[in-house]
Design a protein around this ligand. Sequence first.
Ligand code: NCD
Length: 313
Amino acid sequence: MNSNNPLIGRDIVSISDLTKEEIRAVLDQALRFEQQLKDAHAIPLLNGRILATVFYEPSTRTRLSFESAMHRLGGSVISVAEARTSSSAAKGESIYDSGKMLESYADVIVQRHPAVGSARALADAASVPVINAGDGTGEHPTQALLDLYTIEREKGTLDKLTVAMMGDLKHGRTVHSLAKALAHWKTKLILCAPRALAMPSDLIAELRHQGLIVIETENMGAALAQADVVYVTRIQQERFETVEEYMRYKGIYVITEQALRAAKPGIVIMHPLPRVDEISTDVDGLPNAAYFRQARYGVFVRMALLAMVLGAV
Ligand code: NCD
């Protein structure tokens, strides 16, 4: 047990809940776990502890990487994969009641839910740490942490970078959390989106207030030409009222090998996944394509979070 662990017993609801030093502590712990797992399959720090994963929206990476992280730490997992239909929420149970119940079944809860603010509601109800795995179009703080980890692993630093975010910046919760996190490093941020899918203006104002240089463009080539990192997101189909509206924007930006000729040679290409058509598969073989490594890094970062909130490091 390390008294330098600032996250014992804490909820992780918004990336804004963490200071720069606390984020640094998570990234450093994740790197230690990554190194230790070169020689071991498991690091049994959480024997006997139980993680509950409760997902009211689809997920592959977030749920499985949290579950993998818990197993690598020697803990156990109980799970409701399709909570919207298969949990008592389908019978009308409130988030509050679900929190009061889950706290007696698990030592830590990871929730994904379609409503903004749902993670805070669960954290207020449950006495055990709650980790937000996505609350609608709100936030996805653990994705932001693994995105920072990826940028640092790929570029060697988080300082003095130009990061372009591209795609559905209105509905994409990963970019909301990542932009807030990057404010600690005074990154230059290029936001590339069609006007109707721009990042919310109150968030942009907040980022500028924190010292980030924010440039908005609709032009993919202009964004690629300046970026050290391009963070591509899918158009978030499930957030549109109609299919027609979604189809208006689907395929609006597609990163191809050809498009990357306009980019800096060392550009790092990231994507929280799942990918639909935003990155052509001809890019996958390039050394710049970091998105599958990014998904792998998620396990180390989520191990760090679980071990820290449960006070095991
Ligand atoms: C993201 C999400 O759920 O917000 N996926 C993920 O967690 N890796 C991105 C997305 O769904 O587009």
